[in-house]
Design a protein around this ligand. Structure first.
Ligand code: SAH
Ligand code: SF4
Ligand code: F3S
Length: 437
C-alpha cells in the first residue's frame, strides 16, 4: 500500500483541511505513516499569518530539496494552504522550489485527488490556486484526528480586513454553509460517537446562511442534537458578538462555559488603526455582559504587541485590560509585518527590541492571571473530556475542562475519549494536575 504523511502548520482551519485531505488520500487507497521520509506522498499544509510560520515552511521545504538534490528522494511533495495563495510565494516556489510536484490553495482542496492522479499519470507538475472561489467546499469524508471530538467548519474566508492580517487575502471572502448542512453533519458525528463539536470560522458571529439563519440560531439547533455533550466555537470577533449569543450561555446547557474573544489591543486608538471596528469600552461592555450571564465563564484571547505606532501609553492600556478581564489564558504575538497588508506599509514600525520587551512584560501579566484563575480550581472536582495519553508519562492522560483548561490526569487505565470526573491536586500556569475522582 502507498503511504502518505501530512505536515500541518497554522490554525484549526488548516487542521481540519488536513483531515479532509487525509480523507481524500485514504479514499484513493493511501495509508498514513508517521515518518514523513517513509511516505510516498507528503503534503505540507502551510500558514502565513506571521513570519515565523513562513520561515518554518521554507526551512522544511529546503530539507526536502536537499534530499532530492542528493537523489535520496523520489516521493511526491505537495504544498497547499495559505502560503501558495500569495502571488509572492507562487513566484518564490516557481523560482527556488520548481521541483514541487503539486501546489494547491485553500479554496481548491477538492481538486487534490485529480491533481495527484494527473501528476502520477503524466509526471508533470500540477498547480491549482484560486484567489476567491464562490464555491462552498463539500465536506466529504474527513479522516478525523479524534473520535470523541470534531472540528466543524461553519464559515470560510473573512471580510474584515484587519490591517495587520493576511487571512482575508489567503482565504477569500466570507461564505457560510447552510444551517441544515451543519446540523446534519453534527447529527452524523453524534451517531459516530462524537461528544464535542468545535464550530469553526474566522468570525463565527457573522455566520448567516441563505435562509437568514444566524449564529445563535445555529447554536440552539446544535444544542438539541442528541449525543452531543459539548459545543465550542472559534473565533468570535467582538464587533459582531450579539446579546442573543450572550443569552445562549444562559440557555444552551451544552455550550461550554468558555469564550475565545481576541482583543488584539486594549487601546482604542490602536484598535482603530487595526480596523477592528470596536473600541476598549465596547469590549469591556461585552465582557461585563458575558460575566453577568455566566459568572464562571472562562475567557481567553489573542493579543498583538508592537503594532505600528504603538506608544508606551497605548501598550499600558493593553496591560490594564488584561488585569481587568483576568484572562484564563492568552495567545500573545509580536506584530509581524505581512506583505500586501496595509499595516506592513505604515512608516512607524516599532523596533524589534521594543516589541520584544513589551511582549515579555505582557506575558508576565497574562501568566499571573492564568495562575490566579487556575488556582481557584484547587481541590475541586471537574469534568474532563480526555483527549489521549500524555507523551511524557504512559500512566497520564490529558484532556480539557468545560472552561478549556488543560488537565493532566494520572490513571492506570485508558480513559481516552471519556468524560471523567477529576479531583484537582495541583494548579500551574499552563496546566492542572488531577486524579480520577
Ligand atoms: N479570525 C481570528 C484570527 C485569526 S489569526 C480573529 O479575528 O480573531 C490568529 C491570530 O493571529 C490573530 O488573532 C492575531 O492575534 C494574530 N495575528 C494575525 N496577524 C498577525 C500579524 N501580522 N502579526 C502578529 N500577529 C498576528
Ligand atoms: Fe484576520 Fe481580522 Fe479576519 Fe481575524 S477578523 S481573520 S484577524 S482579518
Ligand atoms: Fe495561518 Fe491561514 Fe490559518 S494564514 S492562521 S493557516 S487561515
Amino acid at each position: 500500500m502507498k503511504k502518505y504523511h501530512i505536515i500541518t502548520f497554522g490554525c484549526q482551519m488548516n487542521e481540519h483541511d488536513s483531515e479532509n485531505i487525509a480523507g481524500m488520500l485514504e479514499g484513493m487507497g493511501y495509508e498514513f505513516v508517521a515518518d514523513p521520509y517513509e511516505a510516498d506522498v507528503v503534503v505540507m499544509n502551510t500558514c502565513s499569518v506571521r513570519e515565523h510560520a513562513d520561515k518554518r515552511f521554507y526551512g522544511m521545504l529546503g530539507q526536502f530539496k536537499k534530499r532530492r538534490d542528493e537523489n535520496k528522494d523520489s516521493r511526491i511533495v505537495c504544498v497547499c494552504g495559505c502560503m501558495p495563495q500569495q502571488p509572492r510565494v507562487q513566484e518564490e516556489i516557481k523560482k527556488s522550489f520548481g521541483w514541487v510536484d503539486v501546489v494547491f490553495g485553500t479554496q481548491t482542496i477538492g481538486d487534490f485527488p485529480r491533481l495527484l492522479n494527473s501528476r502520477i499519470a503524466t509526471g508533470k507538475k500540477q498547480f491549482s490556486v484560486t484567489a476567491n472561489s464562490p464555491v462552498i467546499p463539500d465536506e466529504k469524508e474527513p479522516k478525523r484526528v479524534y473520535e470523541h471530538k470534531a472540528l466543524v467548519n461553519i464559515t470560510y474566508g473573512c471580510n474584515n480586513f484587519c490591517t495587520y492580517c493576511i487571512v482575508p487575502y489567503t482565504r477569500g471572502r466570507e461564505k457560510s454553509r447552510s444551517l441544515a448542512d451543519v446540523v446534519d453533519e453534527v447529527k452524523k458525528l453524534a451517531s459516530d460517537g462524537v461528544l464535542e463539536v468545535m464550530l469553526l470560522g474566522q468570525n463565527v458571529n457573522s455566520f448567516k446562511d441563505g435562509e437568514g439563519n444566524d449564529f445563535p440560531t445555529l447554536v440552539r439547533y446544535i444544542n438539541e442534537v442528541e449525543g452531543i455533550e459539548r459545543i465550542r466555537f472559534m473565533t468570535s470577533n467582538p464587533k459582531d458578538l450579539s446579546d442573543d449569543l450572550i443569552d445562549c450561555f444562559r440557555t444552551c446547557n451544552k455550550l461550554c462555559k468558555h469564550i475565545h474573544l481576541p482583543v488584539q489591543s486594549g487601546s482604542s486608538t490602536v484598535l482603530k488603526r487595526m480596523n477592528r471596528r470596536y473600541d476598549r469600552d465596547r469590549y469591556i461592555e461585552i465582557i461585563d455582559k458575558l460575566k453577568a450571564a455566566c459568572p464562571d465563564i472562562a475567557i481567553t484571547t489573542d493579543i498583538i504587541v508592537g503594532f505600528p505606532g504603538e506608544t508606551e501609553d497605548e501598550f499600558a492600556e493593553t496591560l490594564s485590560l488584561v488585569e481587568y478581564v483576568g484572562y484564563d489564558s492568552a495567545f500573545t504575538f509580536i506584530y509581524s509585518p505581512r506583505e500586501g497588508t496595509p499595516a506592513a506599509g505604515y512608516t512607524d514600525q516599532i523596533p524589534y527590541d521594543v516589541k520584544h520587551e513589551r511582549f515579555e512584560r505582557l506575558n508576565g501579566v497574562v501568566n499571573e492571571c492564568s495562575l490566579r484563575n487556575n488556582s481557584m480550581l484547587a481541590d475541586q472536582t471537574v469534568r474532563v473530556l480526555v483527549d489521549g495519553a500524555s507523551r511524557k508519562d504512559e500512566n497520564a492522560y490529558s484532556g480539557r475542562t468545560d472552561g478549556f483548561k488543560l488537565v493532566n490526569i494520572s490513571s492506570g487505565r485508558d480513559i481516552t475519549g471519556q468524560l471523567v470526573d477529576v479531583r484537582i491536586t495541583d494548579c500551574k500556569t499552563f496546566s492542572i494536575d488531577g486524579i480520577l475522582a
